[in-house]
Write a protein that binds this ligand. Structure first.
Ligand SMILES: Cc1cc2nc3c(=O)[nH]c(=O)nc-3n(C[C@H](O)[C@H](O)[C@H](O)COP(=O)(O)O)c2cc1C
Length: 440
């Protein structure tokens, strides 16, 4: 079997405690220069795309804005349009939900970005999970989980209708005659469904290569099927080797069942990394970063999310609470509570007891750790191994520092991937679709 090419993308550090902002080199989460630095670094590393997540409401904890994570997220389209002007080749992708937006508007925004960037736009389609976010909008929490994918399906159909409504030769630009479009070549979009009733015209043709690249993130059965039917690439948290292989096999077979070529759908797990000159140094650095990511206050807040109650009187250096959590608690808004809190709390207590861990040590042990830790050579080997073993097609790298977190990776790991012939040494295409499809 032929060797799979490696695909890489760069996640602008999101609103969570992966991003260390106590580090002396940490920069702004909001200033344009931070976005420019990360996007240009990823472009220097010949990555497929730059990626923005979306969070439309500040998280709350114990009734207040949660101040322990990095906060502040400028508008996606404005940032990506700005980046289109200061980059040449890298794909520019943004997460935009189908629950609180309108297809006409989103289709127009992505078509515009695709024109401004010369075919580099990508839309990460999400349905967004909660009514808490919805409270920012007129519609509020108006859809059930299943209906969110019904709406997403219709949303995409309508967006595609808009993108397809101008024939490639609709713009005639016959300046002598004072005619710029051929009305016969622009179709009206008419759609009537359970979610949308739309009649009208797109205000511009689709981008240089038709519709923008579609990404998707959503892990339920409906979410996976939706992504497998429509997306060019999936963003996932199934990043370990075995879990990744299971997910990869599942979504690729869903794509095949939908009549698609399995290779048309690329799988990108999120991945964090820590580089060192030796394995020991990298492990030490990784431990240090984990302690910065999980401060004592963060450890207590994370435990409160499981216990569903105020634990502020607890010492992060001391033992866990010896009572069960409140099951139906709304102590945290805007962050999903995973699984049964009682079972989880028992698991945590047993582990803390067995390994003699304090609250902070336990939270560090059970929350996500860096995926790739080691020398540049080790990390290059691991990335290649995961891809060749069909755990994924590439990674969306999530640096822990804004905006310099990718510099070392591009300087030290990318050349090693290139040396082994696994990664491109120059962009061979102009558009994001070409980057994703290209062999190298
Ligand atoms: C890897 C991953 C990343 C996601 N990123 C975002 C995001 O940036 N913004 C957002 O509103 N939702 C995001 N979501 C949530 C999805 O929008 C979706 O609402 C949620 O996962 C519920 O859908 P599901 O039940 O199919 O998973 C993400 C989901 C996954 C799996």
């Amino acid at each position: 079997m032929s060797r799979k090419p490696i695909h890489l993308a760069a996640h602008f550090p999101g609103v969570n405690n992966t991003t260390v902002w106590t580090d002396p080199t940490a920069g702004s989460q909001i200033e344009f220069e931070s976005f420019v630095h990360l996007a240009r670094t990823a472009e220097r590393g010949l990555f497929d795309f730059f990626f923005l997540a979306e969070g439309l409401r500040l998280r709350e904890h114990r009734g207040q804005i949660y101040d322990l994570d990095v906060v502040g997220r400028p508008d996606t389209f404005t940032v990506l349009a700005g980046l289109a002007g200061v980059t040449d080749r890298i794909g520019l992708t943004g997460t935009i939900n189908t629950t609180f937006n309108e297809p006409f508007e989103v289709a127009r925004q992505f078509a515009t970005l695709d024109h401004l960037s010369g075919g580099r736009a990508g839309w990460n389609i999400v349905t967004s999970s909660d009514a808490f976010t919805g409270a920012n909008f007129r519609r509020g929490g108006f859809l059930t989980h299943a209906d969110r994918y019904v709406r997403a399906e219709e949303f995409l159909r309508v967006a595609r209708e808009f993108w397809g409504s101008w024939a490639p030769d609709a713009v005639v630009a016959d300046v002598a005659a004072g005619v710029y479009v051929d009305p016969e070549r622009i179709r009206s979009v008419e759609f009537s469904g359970s979610q949308f009733d739309v009649r009208g015209f797109a205000t511009l043709p689709a981008g240089p290569r038709g519709q923008p690249v579609l990404l998707q993130a959503g892990d339920s059965d409906e979410g996976r099927s939706f992504g497998a039917r429509h997306a060019d690439a999936l963003f996932t948290l199934h990043g370990s080797l075995e879990d990744g292989q299971r997910y990869y096999a599942d979504v690729k077979s869903r794509a095949a069942a939908a009549g698609r070529d399995r290779d048309e759908l690329k799988v990108f797990p999120a991945a964090t990394f820590v580089l060192g000159d030796s394995e020991d140094e990298a492990q030490d650095k990784a431990r240090h970063i984990r302690y910065q990511q999980v401060s004592g206050a963060t450890a207590i807040a994370m435990l409160e999310q499981v216990w569903g109650r105020d634990l502020s009187s607890y010492d992060p250096g001391g033992p866990l609470p010896d009572f069960d959590p409140i099951v139906d608690s709304s102590i945290t808004q805007g962050r999903v509570r995973h699984g049964d809190p009682i079972a989880l709390s028992r698991k945590y207590r047993e582990r803390a007891e067995a390994e003699n861990l304090s609250i902070r040590e336990l939270v560090i042990a059970v929350t996500s750790r860096q995926q790739f830790v080691g020398t540049p050579m080790h990390i290059a080997d691991e990335i290649d191994r995961y891809i060749q073993a069909d755990a994924c097609d590439g990674f969306i790298l999530v640096p822990h520092l804004t905006p310099h977190g990718l510099d070392e990776f591009v300087d030290r790991v990318v050349p090693l991937l290139q040396e082994r012939g696994a990664f491109r040494t120059e962009y061979t295409g102009e558009t994001l679709r070409e980057h994703l499809g290209a062999c190298h």
